[in-house]
Design a protein around this ligand. Structure first.
Ligand SMILES: [Cu+2]
Length: 637
């Protein structure tokens, strides 16, 4: 639905006058002057389109409450103005179309220089019904995207209902099934349950779980914590939800003890999730230091795929985490400890999930001269691949547009690593099946694309990807993505080896080919170089039951001679450059017998967090098969 939620009853007249003023200002010319990529928008309309609006459009837009107070005719006039404002004058379709056309052309020109066999290639670009502020590659092969019901489709203003208290502050979710291709039919709505938020209004709405934190559970379900209560520039919701990918339903759990807006969630070797930080129910500027755990200690960890948690609460973890900023990075390393890298360089801690304690880590050495606050914005970090062992090092990258350095945390110390080509925030870095790294998305700041806040005319350099090796070194600039994608952008590795990229509501609506339909999001696909290097190995049957740590297991392949490596990659679930789930391990090939390979499972739940993994077979050049899903368990007790 196009958002025309500008008026509500008593304030209707005042709001409409404000809209009229802004539309007239826009219609006078100057407010329409900018568009992405420096294109001239000479086709912007100079007058409001009130004449051609159909009776049906008006009837659909009339607010019954408003009509009851103002009379039908007056309410219809308001409706017409809102339609005209929403569709034309505020941010006209012509601007969106011209901008997308320019980006399409520009991408083609810039990427002509990149050989797909060396740098990969951007391929499909298609509409999505969701912005993909949150994303999860599910073990069913489908991809979950979720965000909020927008209150605005003008990219010069806040689209999210962050400041809205009441029913319009709502969440939404969709599944994309890549097997069904693209187009509306490839997506299914899986909206969150209706909830009544503690705002005193008694207005049920789909749970406003956007800007929550999430990670996978051992049974492939996704635990999602926090969200938005509305107002105070980001007020934490206490929501606790689990998405069951097998039945495709949300399972609401009892609330947490605190609200969390922008929390981080990470799953440990015991299969339990630790929930850190997030702005509390008191609003922005009040990040909670309370650490919570789900499931609570006395409740079972979900292992079987048919186990649907019901009324499973969080409990309070034994140590606190007094982060002064939200969305810290958090990872479980192969020593069984959970490392949290705060956005402030002096808030680096390690937690022991069993002893329930916290210890200090050294400050991150990022203090560029002249910086007032040694704080990074949202930027990517990954667990570096470590052969057949679980990860023992974290590479922290983005988060500062003025700092291209990488920071390696290993053995309790920090080292300043190799520089990338430029600094960026809001980036996403993925580990590819061959162990190499891929950075996509980015912007100079949160809502600033380089030309000012809420100005979608972006600095185009952030569209360029970067490719690194598995040690986090040797970064090379790669091809250019279609849209600039900054705040709320995301990417995942799909089981077929392709990369799905989405997110950033402002850029998606600024470049929407049809703002009147229900598909305001956009998905772009990138094919890494390994998909342009000839035949892929084949992976056939894999065990359907849980594979125990340290055990041997057999898989089938019709191309045994082509198989040089076997790797597992944990699926990504991410938001705001936080991706605590992805993890890459090599598996030893212990025997070969015709079309059958014997593989050795990872040693422990500390090496490979219990849950579902994509298993790929690779040839000598790193060309992967399509993945099959396998599950490792049981969790550490
Ligand atoms: Cu957000």
């Amino acid at each position: 639905m196009v958002q025309r939620k500008l008026s509500r009853l008593a304030v209707a007249c005042a709001v409409v006058s404000a809209v009229t003023a802004s539309t007239l200002l826009a219609a006078s010319g100057s407010a329409l002057g900018h568009s992405a990529g420096g294109t001239d928008d000479s086709t912007a309309p100079s007058t409001l389109r009130t004449a051609g609006i159909s009776e049906e459009e008006v009837a659909a837009e009339v607010d019954p409450e408003e009509a009851a107070v103002l009379g039908e005719e007056h309410a219809e006039e308001h409706a017409k103005i809102r339609i005209a404002a929403g569709e034309d004058a505020d941010y006209p379709q012509t601007t969106r179309t011209a901008s997308l056309n320019w980006l399409t052309q520009d991408q083609e020109t810039k990427n002509a220089a990149f050989d797909p066999a060396e740098f990969g290639q951007f391929t499909d670009f298609f509409p999505s019904p969701d912005y993909g502020v949150h994303i999860a590659q599910l073990p069913t092969g489908k991809i979950l995207v979720f965000s909020f019901e927008p209150v605005e489709d003008n990219p010069n203003r806040e689209t999210a209902p962050t400041q809205v208290i009441g029913a319009e502050n709502a969440g939404r979710a969709f599944l994309w099934d890549p097997e069904r291709g693209t187009g509306e039919d490839a997506f299914t709505a899986v909206h969150p349950p209706e909830v009544n938020m503690p705002d005193g209004l008694d207005e049920p709405r789909p749970a406003p779980f956007f800007c929550a934190g999430h990670s996978f559970l051992p049974n492939g379900m996704l635990g999602v914590f926090g969200g938005n209560l509305g107002g105070n520039h980001g007020t934490g919701a206490m929501l606790a939800l689990v998405f069951d990918p097998w039945e495709e339903v949300w399972l609401q759990q009892p609330d947490m003890s605190v609200g969390r807006w922008y929390p981080t969630v990470v799953t440990g070797p015991d299969g339990r999730q630790l929930i850190f930080s997030g702005q509390s129910e008191r609003g922005w500027g009040t990040p909670t230091e309370i650490v919570e755990r789900w499931p609570a200690k006395d409740y079972a960890v979900p292992i079987g795929t048919s186990f649907q948690p019901e009324e499973v609460p969080v409990d309070r973890f034994g140590a606190d985490a007094p982060f002064s900023s939200d969305y810290p990075q958090a990872f479980a390393l192969n020593d069984g400890l959970v490392y949290t890298l705060g956005r402030n360089s002096d808030e680096q801690w390690v937690f022991d999930p069993r002893a329930e304690t916290r210890a200090d880590l050294p400050d991150r050495p990022d203090h560029p001269e002249g910086r007032k606050h040694p704080e990074r914005w949202y930027g990517s970090s990954v667990l570096l691949p470590n052969g057949t062992d679980g990860p023992e090092a974290i590479l922290q990258m983005g988060g500062d547009p003025n700092d291209p350095a990488t920071y390696l945390f290993k053995d309790g110390t920090w080292t300043v690593g190799e520089e990338k080509h430029f600094g960026r925030t809001q980036d996403d870095t993925l580990i590819l099946p061959d162990g190499s790294l891929f950075t996509v998305n980015g912007a100079p700041d949160i809502r600033d694309y380089g030309k000012g806040e809420y100005n979608p005319n972006a600095d185009q350099k952030y569209r360029q990807t970067e490719l690194g090796d598995s040690s986090g070194e040797n970064w090379e600039l790669g091809p250019v993505q279609r849209l600039p994608r900054g705040y709320h952008s995301n990417a995942v590795v799909m089981p077929d080896g392709r990369i799905m990229i989405t997110g950033d509501e402002l850029q998606q609506i600024a470049n929407d080919p049809d703002i009147t339909d229900d598909m305001h999001g956009a998905i772009e696909i990138y094919e890494p170089a390994y998909l342009h290097r000839g035949d892929r190995p084949d992976l056939g049957d894999v065990p359907r039951q849980t594979i125990r740590y340290g055990r041997h297991f057999d898989v089938g392949t019709s191309t045994p001679d082509q198989v040089a490596r076997a790797v597992v990659l944990a699926p990504s679930t991410s938001t705001h450059s936080i991706n605590t789930s992805q993890r890459h391990l090599e598996l030893e090939i212990t025997a070969r017998d015709g079309d059958s390979l014997e593989l050795l499972a990872p040693h422990s739940p500390e090496d490979a967090i219990p849950g579902f993994y994509m298993l790929f077979l690779l040839d000598e050049d790193g060309v992967p098969s399509e993945a099959q899903w396998i599950q490792f368990g049981p969790p550490r007790r």
